[in-house]
Design a protein around this ligand. Structure first.
Ligand SMILES: C[C@H](O)[C@H](O)[C@H]1CNC2=NC(N)=NC(=O)C2=N1
Length: 94
């Protein structure tokens, strides 16, 4: 099972993930698009990556914005390498 990362490991990982923040045991980022249709397309691409990785994000959408928060339920809701890996995949489809 994935182990929680230390705060310094999380901050080091985030140094190469632009716009991602570590707060309240999650890593998160808000993405903005031109309209709802583009935001929805992004959500679908993120969902396909999540299914590939068998690791799933929290998604919050309001019209053209999508806020994504990542943590690992199986590790007591802490941030693990699985969250960092999904964040990298999300960057590649954003
Ligand atoms: C059985 C399955 O592998 C687990 O339930 C996975 C699915 N997706 C998951 N997603 C997240 N974010 N955390 C988990 O612990 C998790 N566990």
């Amino acid at each position: 099972m994935a182990q929680p990362l230390s705060e310094s490991d999380i901050n080091q990982a985030l140094s190469s993930l632009e716009g991602w923040e570590f707060n309240e045991d999650k890593i998160s980022k808000e993405f903005s698009f031109n309209d709802f249709s583009e935001a929805l397309g992004f959500i679908v691409r993120v969902g396909l990556e999540a299914e590939k990785q068998v690791h799933h994000p929290e998604l919050f959408n309001v019209y053209n914005t999508v806020k994504i928060s990542l943590s690992t339920h199986d590790a007591g809701g802490k941030v693990t390498q699985k969250d960092v890996d999904l964040a990298k995949a999300i960057e590649s489809v954003s």
